[in-house]
Design a protein around this ligand. Sequence first.
Ligand code: PLP
Ligand code: SF4
Length: 345
Amino acid sequence: MIETLIIQFMTDPYDETLHFSQSWQQQLAEAFNKIEDLCDYLELSPDDLPISIAAIESFPLRVPLSFAASMEKGNPHDPLLRQVLPVKEEMGIYPGFSVDPVGDIQAAAQTGVLHKYQGRVLFINTGSCAINCRYCFRRNFPYSDLQLTKQKETAAIQYIQEDSSIAEVILSGGDPLLLNDARLTHLIQQLSAIKHLKRIRIHSRLPVVLPARITGELINTLVSSLVQIVVVIHCNHANEINERVMDACRSLKSNGIIVFNQSVLLKGVNDNVAVLCELSEKLFTQGIIPYYLHLLDKASGTGHFDVTETEALMLIKQVKDTLPGYLVPKLVKEQAGAASKQYIL
Ligand SMILES: *Cc1c(COP(=O)(O)O)cnc(C)c1O
Ligand code: SF4
């Protein structure tokens, strides 16, 4: 009897202290990938949620425990849960939503680089992510299409070397921090040796959803870069910023790395003045500057997150009337063929 109890205790998948003491790779391997397990952990019954098996089949469930641990138990409308819950609405048809709304993902996937804006290139390093956000455009692309092969990587670096107008390389994905330390170190060494490069920017959701990724070794890699490193984290709601996230951000900041945040404006998650203000305030307590608030890219399967431009403008104006200017993110949208993000306010 006691033995079974001990065994049960030792193999409890939700032993958070044990889980968070493991390596980031192990934590990633143990991320929730079954809806029943996530519901069980959150003390919710799958029958009470509008879950769609078809949605899971088209874009799997993936949620690290560190992120799930910030959700409110028993709350089917939790704003963090909403970001990852595969629901029936994803299978609905929404006018104006398409597989590749900005129209360049497929092209970028073939070369690994996307050079649309003056002086900056997007460098797509991996197609995978630690979390599957239901509002993501990436849901419509097979992982392997976006994966960077050695061949693509060599060609991409050569492209950057040969164009002296490129001042900044933006590592993107997927999530570039899913590359292991050896590959990341090698990549940053190669890039920072390019004379005309001024900055390397890393867009990653890992500091928020898998903060264990911010290891001492990663910090060493970033600090050893010959060019300035900027990290843009992706956080949509103040509740995402738990103690582990704060530790990760503190360790980036205390090592001189500039950290910005970008969010996506999502219906039922952060389409509310108080929620947006709280997010900016909480980010800033960690020394993180709000950068962009993006309108949703209209990708198939994400229509239920849509906030109209008129509503968005109303919201951001109210945020502007409430907070100091430096805490107001720029409201932007991505437009096919445009030379920059389109500022709405
Ligand atoms: C968003 C984006 C960038 C970065 O834009 P900033 O305004 O510098 O943050 C660069 N290239 C592409 C293709 C992008 O979509
Ligand atoms: S690319 Fe960003 S938004 Fe999309 S699934 Fe990955 S972490 Fe989420």
